[in-house]
Design a binder for this molecule. Structure first.
Ligand code: G6P
Ligand code: ZN
Length: 544
């Protein structure tokens, strides 16, 4: 029997999980007791039987290995029976979700700050996922936070570091620690879902791609699946080695941080499809030759075509999207006669809908798409579904997009981010917007007249839980829309997100420049929120 050590501690301020777990600078996590307090709070509130299984994995960023060793010792002291940890401390977020589900684990610790940069001066994060493989719902994250505010001890054992690089089992007291292959189970799952033979045939027939792993977690997964199993040429996966600092880049697959890929895809010698994923492998970017697909459109286009993949044939129960995501998917749902759900931002809100079988595919404007195969969004899954659709239908990304808009119309869409603004100024801006809501309906901004203005509130149709203040919505009479919210994933100051959308029906202008199509909404957004006045900014830092 290994002796359990009780280490006295005191609460830290600010250990409230945000949109996606607890994210802070590495320096904050390096403080004695900081990570331990949070992990102990998770273990104190997590539902589990004695001897339960815990999955631990991360995106390989700086500080990953340190926290994994801490968490393993603490799991031993807290009565877990088995820890499954990815070799090298690696598990992409969707792979972790799959490992939790496949092994009937009680939950998992996903160590990542997603698309935020990594390194000693950058970000780290810890997220707890529950037994369904998905991010802990708000009731659980609230309980974790409450526990962090009163914690006075954490439990550990004295033990050597586990060798994370060698697959196999070791024992720490009663706990068995299994170092598992992080890729194999996930790659097998993908092979079950999709028609690999059809994709292989298309590859043999000349289909080309580039996948930018951004020196983040998806490198090994993409090499195994795209190059080894599907036969894409060696070198199809670029930046395929996970690095602790992601090579100094932001591992965020958008047009700013994956600019090289974008430039290639817009050039004459582009492959047929370009794709990228983020730090922990749950986001995706899809660009066809000469054609960028917005995440909102990607959700709609995949939903309309996913029946072409074996796992989804004749099986679309419903679609869910986060509120700020464009309504393109709603039109597909309507045409196919299936329900469409609108949830707050954050993948955790899809969990109940997926568990209840109400939806088959979900997506967010923040480059996340996924299905009921796991309970996280899944970057490579989205890429493979695109490949499956293209291979099954024998068309290009651009052709598919045009065909889609010609049938459903097009939701022109953009998100403007104002990053690193003063937190107090951001709060004043949002409070001003909230206070001004009742006076907005009927008011005009240029040619736009406000129809409805509200603060989005969500009642979960499965468990009835209510989440309020999930973003300010301004809906105009012409069907266009502006949404304002503050990001819940940053670690410095505040980020204001402004989501702009305008619908153009099937017979209308379907291939125009997005910025020009949204000019009126952009002007109205500044007028309504006073962005310049409150932030001093005259232009967004990032447009996606
Ligand atoms: C994470 C979550 C997503 C969410 C995104 C944006 O990636 O997993 O579900 O959409 O963050 O969050 P934010 O609060 O920064 O807009
Ligand atoms: Zn991510």
């Amino acid at each position: 029997m290994t002796q359990i050590l009780t280490v006295p501690t005191r609460p830290f301020e600010g250990q409230a999980p945000g949109t996606s777990g607890l994210r802070k600078k590495v320096k904050v996590f390096q403080q004695p007791n900081y990570a331990e307090n949070f992990i102990q709070s998770v273990f104190d509130v997590a539902e589990r039987e004695p001897g339960a299984i815990l999955v631990i994995g991360g995106d390989g960023r700086f500080h990953n290995r340190t926290v994994i060793q801490q968490a393993i010792r603490m799991a031993a002291a807290n009565g877990y029976g088995r820890v499954l940890v990815g070799q090298g401390g690696i598990l992409s977020t969707p792979a972790a979700s799959h490992v939790i589900r496949k092994n009937k684990a009680s939950g998992g610790l996903v160590l990542s700050a997603s698309h935020n940069p990594g390194g000693p001066e950058e970000d780290f994060g810890i997220k707890y996922n529950i037994a369904n493989g998905g991010p802990a719902p708000e009731a659980v994250t609230r309980a974790i936070h409450a526990r962090t505010q009163e914690i006075d001890r954490w439990l550990t054992v004295e033990a050597e570091d586990v060798d994370l690089d060698t697959p196999g089992e070791t024992r720490i007291g009663e706990l068995i620690v299994a170092v598992i292959d992080p890729v194999a189970d996930y790659a097998d799952l993908m092979e079950e879902l999709f028609d690999f033979a059809a994709i292989r045939k298309a590859v043999a027939g000349g289909l080309t791609m580039r996948f930018d792993a951004m020196n983040a977690v998806t490198g090994p997964y993409a090499v195994e699946i795209l190059e080894n199993r599907l036969g894409f040429a060696k070198g199809t996966v670029v930046n395929g080695t996970p690095l602790e600092d992601f090579g100094g880049h932001h591992p965020d697959p958008n047009l700013i941080h994956a600019k090289d890929l974008y430039d290639l895809m817009m050039s004459e010698n582009s492959p047929d499809i370009g794709a990228a994923s983020d730090g922990d492998g749950d986001r995706n970017l899809i660009i066809g030759r000469g054609r960028f697909i917005t995440p909102s459109d990607s959700l709609a286009m995949l939903a309309a075509n996913m029946g072409g993949a074996p796992a989804y044939k004749g099986r679309l129960a419903g679609i869910a999207r986060s509120m700020p995501t464009s309504a393109a998917a709603d039109r597909v749902a309507e045409a196919l006669g299936v329900p469409c759900f609108e949830t707050p931002t954050g993948w955790k809100f899809f969990g109940n809908l997926l568990d209840a079988g109400k939806v088959t595919i979900c997506g967010e404007e923040s480059a996340g798409t996924g299905s009921d195969h796991v309970r996280e969004k899944d970057g490579l899954w989205a890429v493979l579904l695109w490949l499956n659709v293209l291979a099954a239908r024998g068309i290009s990304v651009d052709q598919l997009a045009r065909e889609h808009w010609a049938r459903f119309g097009r939701n022109y869409y953009a998100r403007h981010d104002y990053e690193g603004i003063d937190k107090a100024a951001a709060d004043v801006l949002m409070a001003g917007l909230t206070d001004g809501l009742p006076a907005l309906p009927g008011k005009s901004f240029g040619r736009l007249t406000v129809r409805v203005a509200d603060s989005f509130s969500y009642t979960d149709p499965v468990d009835g839980s209510v989440s309020e203040n999930q973003g300010i919505r301004i809906l105009f009479e012409d069907g266009s829309r502006i949404v304002f919210r503050l990001s819940g994933t940053g670690t410095q100051g505040a980020t204001l997100r402004v989501y702009l959308e305008r619908y153009e029906s099937a017979g209308g202008l379907l291939d125009e420049e997005t910025g020009a199509m949204l000019a009126e909404q952009i002007a109205a957004a500044d007028e309504i929120a006073g962005i310049r006045r409150h932030t001093g900014r005259t232009a967004p830092d990032v447009i996606t």
